[in-house]
Design a protein. Structure first.
Length: 289
C-alpha cells in the first residue's frame, strides 16, 4: 500500500453532467475525514461534461492514495468519473525552450527562486547560445541545439530525447521562435505551453509591434495556450491585455507587450502545475484563485 506524508492534496475529477456529482465526492471526503480547503466546479453544458477540483487536508500523516482510490472507486463508478490525486507540494519538472528573448525565462527563474512558482527547472534548451550565461548563473544545464530547415526533425528528436532524459512533466516555450512540426506537437499535446503576443488587430510576420505602431494600435496583449498543430491556436489558458495610446513608440510597445507576456505565461504555468486547467473540447476550464 502506498503511504505518503500528510499535507494538502489536490483532487481533480471529470464526468458527464449529471445530478449528484459534487455530493458523491464531498460526502466521501467528509466520511473519510478529509477537510476541504478549496473547491471549484463547472458544468459545461455544450460538451455535457462536469469538472471538479478540490484541495483537501487528510486527517492524519498516514494518508494513502491507494486506500483512497480503493474506497472511492465504487462510488465513482456510478458516474463513470475519472479522477486523480496529487500532493500540492509536489514540484513538477519543467523544461524551458527559448531563443534569444530572455524576459519570460528570466521571470520564470525569478519566480522559482523566490518561491512564487512551485516547479523545478532541470534543463533549458535553445536554438541559440545567447542565454547560456543566464542558465549558468542559475546552475541549470543549457543545451544549444542549432536548427536549419534541413535539420529541423533531427533537432526536435534531440529535444524529445532531453525531455525524456530529464523526466520532464511540462515543456514551456518561453518565446521559442520556432514552429514545431506536427509530430512534435502531437507528442507534446497537453504537456506544452506557448506564449505569444496578441495585438488587435492581428499582425503577423516580422516586427509585429512596429506594424501595430504604424496602424495606431490601442491595445497590446499576450496569450498563453497549449501547443497543438494549429499554429498559435491551441486551447487558451490565460490572456493579458493593456490599453496603450499614441504617445508610445514601437520600443515602448514592445516593453509593454513583454511585461504582459511575462505575467500571462507565469499564470498559465502556475494554473497548470496546480491542476487548475481542464481541457473541454477545444477550450479550457480554468479554476483560478
Amino acid at each position: 500500500m502506498q503511504t505518503t506524508h500528510s499535507g494538502t492534496w489536490i483532487f481533480t475529477g471529470s464526468c458527464s453532467s449529471q445530478l449528484g456529482t459534487v455530493d458523491v465526492v464531498t460526502r466521501y471526503m467528509a466520511e473519510s475525514g478529509n477537510y476541504i480547503n478549496e473547491i471549484h466546479s463547472f458544468d459545461d453544458r455544450v460538451q455535457g461534461m462536469f469538472f471538479l477540483r478540490i484541495e483537501f487536508t487528510p486527517p492524519s500523516a498516514d494518508f494513502s492514495v491507494a486506500h483512497f482510490n480503493d474506497e472511492f472507486v465504487e462510488r465513482a463508478a456510478e458516474f463513470d468519473m475519472t479522477w486523480a490525486l496529487s500532493p500540492a507540494a509536489k514540484k513538477e519538472r519543467v523544461a524551458i525552450l527559448v531563443s534569444k528573448y530572455d524576459h519570460c525565462l528570466n521571470d520564470l527563474l525569478f519566480r522559482v527562486r523566490t518561491g512564487q512558482l512551485n516547479i523545478d527547472i532541470p534543463v533549458i534548451i535553445s536554438n541559440h547560445p545567447d542565454l547560456e550565461p543566464l542558465a549558468k548563473w542559475h546552475n541549470i544545464p543549457y543545451y544549444h541545439l542549432p536548427i536549419t530547415p534541413d535539420t529541423k526533425l533531427e533537432q526536435e528528436q534531440q529535444i524529445l530525447g532531453l525531455l525524456a532524459e530529464y523526466r520532464i512533466d511540462l515543456t514551456v516555450l518561453a518565446r521559442y521562435m520556432q514552429v514545431l512540426s506536427p509530430s512534435m506537437c502531437q507528442q507534446l499535446d497537453g504537456k506544452a505551453i506557448n506564449i505569444h503576443h496578441s495585438l488587435l488587430p492581428g499582425f503577423k510576420g516580422a516586427r509585429p509591434y512596429h506594424q501595430a505602431w504604424e496602424k495606431g494600435v490601442k491595445m497590446v496583449g499576450a496569450t498563453a495556450h497549449y501547443v497543438n498543430n494549429d499554429l498559435d491556436e491551441g486551447p487558451i489558458i490565460t490572456q493579458g491585455i493593456q490599453t496603450v495610446n499614441h504617445a508610445l513608440y514601437p520600443e515602448q510597445l514592445i516593453s509593454k507587450g513583454q511585461d504582459i507576456e511575462r505575467i500571462t505565461l507565469f499564470n498559465a504555468v502556475r494554473y497548470h502545475v496546480e491542476k487548475r486547467v481542464f481541457l473541454s473540447g477545444k477550450r479550457t476550464v480554468v479554476f483560478d484563485n
